[in-house]
Design a binder for this molecule. Structure first.
Ligand code: ADP
Length: 623
């Protein structure tokens, strides 16, 4: 039962009680008035009876009075039900006649007794000869009271019945309307905006309520549509921004569920959206099967949010042999409510490789510089202090060693200088069209002594009628020197180094290649050896070097001469390093040649074609 109904019933009950009290009061009042009237009526009857009795008995003998009064009484009692009994008494209050004798039962019903004196008049004098007592049954009063009470009860019953009916009808109607409203509110709360509630024969107030509800619902619908449009726009913008970001972005809610992950993050973490979305980020396993985020997230949660906001948590994870820097920072709403965190993923594999290479480079360079300087210092010291003790040949030998060390030092310093010079965007080398053979012969001459130390032999082969090509002599000389000195450095003693200059089989190029029978290079390193500071790990500590030589070769050939470098090598069998320079390079094209790939495949084909020199006219010169 609703509160409203309870209140109505309570009101009705109290009204009824008040009305019952009022009615009882009214009925009582009526009864009292009736009693008074009834008594007056009895008084009149007794008076009339007294007068009549005096009249009919005054002239009759004493003995006949009884009969006369009796017959008169009986005639009155017979015609009037309301008179219960009549009694006549003489002046000494002795009963002359009482109707009880004849109607004893009727006499019991007497409720009101009235009496009047019987007065006999003699001229102006009067004498009391007796009295008349009349007993009234009060039937009329009872009838009237009963009728009044019954009528009142009926009126009440009728009124109550009507009220209950009206209340029931009202409740049913109101409940139906309320139900309609309730359904509407439920739908709105579940997000179905724009619904309308309607009903027939509503009261004015309910209609106003329905109208207000419908108005609210349609406004909500409009607002929702606007909002959805706005939200979709914002979402699209956000997704577009996230997609454009070069770094991976993973967004997690307050409960560590991944709610957003951009394409780049999917690639870095090697997952599909289905695999990661709505899962806990702690459960993500890297390629080693480790839950790489778990501990870090615990650390993140143990740190106050404002500290994390100031200094986001950064750590590295490893996925598919790539090092990924992860930066975690908390996310807040505009009201500073914490809603989760965002992880930015950056692929730092290259940077870390570069860092390692750089530190190797620094240790290599310092080692490389220290060795010749120490050798020079000790030789100079010996010559300065004990020079006179040595014969001419020993002194010459000392100076020869010093000269070699100075040449090495010079080459290395030049490499470092060239590296910074050639790396610069603005450097443009002056080129002259010329024959490449004098450059190769120069280098071979210079390296002869070094090669002889290791019992290595050179063979230089040149294709006849090789065209002149435009190049910078110093730069290409250093390229050839680098490749040849590597061939010497990485060949075991007593082997042969073949240098060939020929027209390239593919394209309009002159090709120079240096083939050795050295240790060769594993395939996995062949693409990397042209990178700056790169050295094959095994050789780093045994054979001296900086990892700059081949990088300079690549920059010099590709960037400054629009040529190509190549390598063809087999571990344990030897390597062929070389380059191709265009016979007619396009004008002003130096800047565009920055990141040219090392064309190993192509050179493999060419090397295969050139094997055995079938059909070639070559001049052969041995050193
Ligand atoms: P480095 O100063 O170390 O020689 P380079 O850039 O000239 O630097 O060469 C890079 C790496 O390539 C070397 O460390 C070496 O491992 C490898 N390499 C170069 N030339 C040869 C070769 N002819 N035979 C075998 N390995 C070579």
């Amino acid at each position: 039962m609703t509160t409203q109904n309870r209140l109505i019933i309570l009101g009705l009950l109290s009204t009824t009680i008040v009305m019952i009290c009022l009615t009882c009061f009214a009925v009582n009042k009526i009864k009292k008035d009736l009693d008074i009237g009834y008594k007056n009526f009895g008084q009149i009857i007794s008076k009339t009876l007294a007068i009549e009795s005096v009249e009919i008995t005054k002239d009759i003998p004493e003995l006949s009075k009884y009969d006369t009064l009796r017959s008169h009484s009986l005639s009155i009692l017979g015609s009037n039900d309301d008179i219960a009994y009549i009694e006549f008494k003489d002046s000494n209050s002795r009963t002359i006649y009482s109707s009880e004798e004849d109607y004893s039962k009727r006499a019991d019903k007497a409720k009101i007794v009235v009496s009047s004196p019987m007065i006999l008049k003699h001229g102006t004098n009067s004498t009391t000869v007796g009295s008349v007592l009349v007993g009234l049954s009060g039937t009329i009063i009872n009838d009237i009271t009963d009728t009044t009470t019954t009528s009142l009860i009926m009126v009440f019953a009728l009124t109550w019945g009507l009220i209950v009916l009206v209340m029931l009808a009202h409740t049913i109607l109101t409940t139906k309307e309320l139900k309609l409203l309730q359904d509407g509110v439920k739908k709105i709360s579940s997000g179905t905006f724009g619904i309308k509630v309607e009903s027939q024969g509503m009261s004015k107030e309910v209609k106003q309520l329905f109208d207000a509800f419908n108005d609210m619902s349609s406004r909500l619908h409009q607002y929702e549509e606007q909002n959805i449009g706005q939200l979709t726009l914002e979402k699209n913008k956000l997704e577009a921004i996230l997609a454009c970001i070069a770094n991976g972005v993973v967004v997690c809610d307050n409960y560590d569920n991944v709610i957003l992950v951009n394409d780049h993050a999917q690639k870095l973490l090697d997952v599909t959206p289905n695999e990661i979305l709505k899962t806990k980020i702690q459960q993500y396993c890297d390629t080693n099967g480790e839950m790489c985020f778990k501990e870090r997230i615990e650390q993140f949660k143990d740190t106050p949010l404002d500290v994390m906001e100031q200094r986001p948590l950064a750590f590295n994870i490893e996925v598919n042999k790539r090092v990924i820097k992860s930066i975690m920072s908390p996310m807040f709403t505009v009201n500073r409510e914490y809603v989760g965190y965002i992880i930015v993923l950056i692929d730092v594999t290259k940077e870390i490789e570069m860092d390692n290479l750089r530190s190797h480079f620094i240790s290599n360079v310092s080692h490389e510089l220290r060795t010749p300087v120490t050798v020079l210092r000790s030789y100079i010291d010996t010559l300065y202090n004990y020079g006179n003790d040595f014969d001419f040949n020993t002194q010459k030998e000392f100076i020869g060693v010093m000269n070699q060390e100075i040449i090495r030092l010079n080459r290395m310093v030049n490499d470092i200088l060239d590296f910074s010079r050639y790396e610069s965007q603005n450097v443009k080398l002056e080129k002259t069209r010329q024959d490449i053979m004098p450059v190769i012969e120069d280098v071979v001459d210079e390296m002869k002594v070094l090669a002889a130390e290791h019992n290595l032999t050179f063979s230089v082969m040149k294709e006849p009628d090789l065209p002149d090509i435009p190049f910078n002599k110093d730069s290409i000389r250093r390229v050839v020197a680098n490749i040849v000195s590597n061939a010497i450095k990485y060949s075991p003693d007593g082997k042969r180094i073949k240098i060939r200059a020929e027209r390239a089989r593919v394209g309009d190029y002159v090709e120079v290649s240096v083939e050795d029978q050295g240790q060769g290079i594993a395939e996995e390193y062949q693409q990397k050896i042209f990178d700056r500071f790169f050295r094959v790990e095994n050789d780093t500590h045994t054979i001296k070097g900086t990892g700059l030589g081949l990088h300079l070769v690549k920059i010099s050939v590709e960037k400054h001469h629009q040529g190509q470098v190549f390598v063809h090598s087999k571990l344990g069998e030897g390597s062929t390093f070389g380059f191709r320079l265009p016979i007619n390079p396009p004008e002003n094209n130096e800047e565009n040649a920055d990141e040219m790939p090392v064309s190993t495949n192509k050179i493999e084909q060419i090397a295969a074609q050139n094997n055995g020199n079938d059909g070639w006219e070559i001049s052969f010169e041995k050193y």
